[in-house]
Design a protein. Sequence first.
Length: 462
Amino acid sequence: MNLDEMTMEEIVEEISKLYGEKKYLQIKEIFMELNPADVAAVFEEMPDERQVLLFRLLPKEEAAETFVELDGDTQEAIIRAFSDNELREVIDELYLDDTVDIIEEMPATIVKRILKNTDAQTRASINALLKYPEDSAGSIMTPEFVDLKKDNTVEDAFKRIRRTGVDKETIYTCYVTDESRHLIGVTTVKELLLHDTDDLIEEFMETNTIYVYTHDDREIAARLFDKYNFLALPVVDMEGRLVGIITVDDAIDVIQEETTEDIHKMNAIVPTVEKPYLKVSVFDTWRARIPWLMLLMVSATFTGMIITKFEDKLNALIVLTSFIPMLMDTGGNSGGQASVTIIRALSLNEIDLKDIFKVIWKEVRVGLLCGVSLSVINFAKIWVVDRMLLGNNEITLYVNLVISLTLVVEIVFAKIIGCTLPIIAKKMKFDPAVMSSPFITTIVDAISLLVYFTFATAILHI
């Protein structure tokens, strides 16, 4: 069987067929050819009652690597079915930061079982990592790294890597510490290979080391991977002692989680538990969406109040009503464009509060260009299509002028609001993503109506 030529669906079907025929040895052979991430993907497609038996087919090391890739519900189900010996074997093969990640997602009864089946030293290390704030660099680091001394020779370094490297998450990047474990430099296996065996580490180690503190935000740490193309990043305590490292796979997880959270917030959804969409219950999905929907529904009352206030003017010239949806949508879309651009720039540290006037000036010019362009096109469309082709004689030159002028002004205002609110939110220690499209749209809708009726009153004298 050539797995390289099979799709994941075909592999799942083949394993299901073999499971029904009780050909477990052949299933094990398939698993041995797959990457642990692909094995986990197979598990996700299997009924719950099959997952435990299939997991027991995996060799010890591959079982641990696969276990890390499974979602929380599947992990919990497998742990509940495990004996203490089976659980201990899997936990012993996991890296410490992966164990901590699993513990953070499990109910208290499962956590007690996991901790009960670890040795005292591992348990102490787990508890130490769990004490760090949830969004800190310390919470995603691992204490399993290779450390060297500056007076080590290259030969000494390789001996230490061979002796201790089997239990480390990465051996490519090695950190140089003094007797008090203060971080003083960094080197790589590549550098070691390119030097003579009797060369001292201090002769070629990099001393300008980039690091983060344990209580720094984990998103800051993740950005450093993007900026410097790191494979690992050292984490030090407030006294500069090396206490752990963050690896690139953990940084990718952080970036993915933060991006998902921002997407939720930018679409007026409270961030949900970290589960695949199909595994999030209907109730949890409802709970994540309803708060913002209620807030936006209430805030939309203001637009209703504005329309009510100008109801007599609308009755005097009914044709004005038909263009309200277009004006509100255009204003909301314009503000949303600006806010998304600024939120991204803020997340990448490209702008700060001191740049707010530069940002406003740029968005005003962009708004004018967009507004004039749309206004000209819309003026021609209304005159040719609505008046001439559809024969709507209520659309006069002045009505068209009111609509076109409103477009220009509301787009400029929308751009200003869309670019300033996220910057102000960040300065006030709020997540800029909160000031996102739905929130800005509500504000812009109200302003669009005020501008529309102001022009209508002034130009049409109604």
